[in-house]
Write a protein that binds this ligand. Structure first.
Ligand SMILES: [Zn+2]
Length: 298
C-alpha cells in the first residue's frame, strides 16, 4: 500500500500516518465479543447508526502519538471499563491517565467532526480552536501547557439509571449499552463533545465550562471521579441526549440494507445458543422484563 505522508493531528509533524480508531479499539472488541451476531452497532459522525464488524477508522496520528494515547487507553480498559462491565469495579484509581483518556477520545471525535465539516463545528468554532489547543498541549505534556477550566467527565451509565427513561423510549437500555457513538451534542445553548462506549460515556464541555448537577464524574482538570460517591447526573440535557441516541438507533433498524439484514439473520440461525447466552441477549431480555413490570404497574 502507498505510504501516506501527512500531518499528524496531535504533534503536527509530517509523518507516515497510522489508521487510528476514533473510539478505542477495546470497545470494538468488547461489543463484538459480547454480541448476539458478531456485529456491532456504531453511530458515525453524522449520527447515523449502522451494523459493522469494526469501529470507524481514519488516518489521524503518527506512530509515536498513537502509542501516547494507547497508554491511557489500556489503563482505562483494564482498571475501569472491563471491571465495570463485569460488575467487579470496587474502586477507581485517582490517576492522570483517566483524564488523558477522556481528553484523547474527545479530541479524536472533534478531529473527525472537523474533517467532515459538521455544521456544529462551524457554530462553535471559536471555542473549539482554544479547546483543541489546550487538549493537545495537555496530551503532549508541553511545557507551555496551561490547565483550562472546561471539565471532562466519565459517566458509568447502568441499567438502573436508564430504566427511568424506558417508558418514553422502550429500547433505551439496549440502545445505550450496546452501541458506540461520538458526536457534538447541542441543546438549549449548551454544547459538549459526547462519546458513548457501550454505556461508559465521555463528556467534554464546550459551553458552559461545567457540567451542571454532576458529582463524582470529573476527570479533568480536577479529578473527583471515584472519590465522591454516588455520581449524580441530574442535568436535563444529558438525559435528552440519551433519548435522542436511542431514537436514532431505533430508526436505523428500519434502514438496514437487505444484505445486512440477511447477514445478521444468518449468523443468528447459525449460532442461536451464542445469541441467547451473549451479553447482548441478556441486556435485551432484562429490558423486556423491566418493560413488562413498568406496564403492569397500576
Ligand atoms: Zn504525532
Amino acid at each position: 500500500m502507498k505510504n501516506q505522508i501527512d500531518v499528524c493531528k496531535l504533534c503536527k509533524k509530517d509523518s507516515n500516518l497510522k489508521m487510528s480508531h476514533v473510539l478505542p479499539r477495546f470497545l470494538g472488541t468488547y461489543l463484538k465479543n459480547t454480541s448476539a451476531t458478531g456485529f456491532l452497532t456504531a453511530v458515525d459522525e453524522n449520527g447515523n447508526p449502522s451494523r459493522s464488524q469494526d469501529l470507524y477508522k481514519r488516518r489521524l496520528l503518527c506512530g509515536q502519538c498513537e502509542s501516547v494515547l494507547n497508554e491511557a487507553e489500556t489503563f482505562f480498559a483494564e482498571k475501569v471499563f472491563y471491571p465495570f462491565k463485569k460488575d467487579k469495579l470496587q474502586s477507581i484509581p485517582v490517576d492522570d491517565r483517566l483524564g488523558r483518556f477522556a481528553v484523547s477520545v474527545s479530541l479524536r471525535a472533534l478531529w473527525i467532526m472537523q474533517i467532515v465539516e459538521h455544521p456544529l463545528i462551524k457554530r462553535w468554532k471559536d471555542q473549539l480552536v482554544e479547546l483543541e489547543n489546550e487538549w493537545r498541549n495537555y496530551l503532549l505534556k508541553e511545557p507551555n501547557f496551561v490547565k483550562g477550566s472546561h471539565s471532562h467527565h466519565i459517566l458509568l451509565c447502568n441499567e438502573a439509571l436508564l430504566a427511568v427513561g424506558l417508558k418514553n423510549s422502550p429500547n433505551l437500555i439496549h440502545s445505550v449499552l450496546r452501541t458506540s457513538a461520538y458526536y457534538l451534542f447541542e441543546k438549549f445553548e449548551k454544547a459538549y463533545v459526547f462519546a458513548n462506549l457501550a454505556g461508559v460515556q465521555i463528556i467534554s464541555m464546550i459551553h458552559p465550562s461545567d457540567l451542571p448537577v454532576s458529582r463524582g464524574t470529573e476527570v479533568y482538570p480536577n479529578q473527583t471521579f471515584g472519590v465522591q460517591a454516588p455520581p449524580g447526573i441530574g442535568w436535563g440535557g444529558y438525559y435528552q441526549n440519551l433519548l435522542e441516541l436511542a431514537e436514532k438507533c431505533d430508526a436505523a433498524k428500519g434502514r438496514l440494507s437487505v444484505a445486512q439484514r440477511e447477514m445478521i439473520e444468518r449468523s443468528l440461525a447459525k449460532a442461536p445458543e451464542r445469541a441467547a447466552m451473549s451479553e447482548d441477549g441478556r441486556i435485551y431480555q432484562m429490558q423486556q422484563e423491566l418493560l413488562h413490570s413498568i406496564r403492569d404497574e397500576p
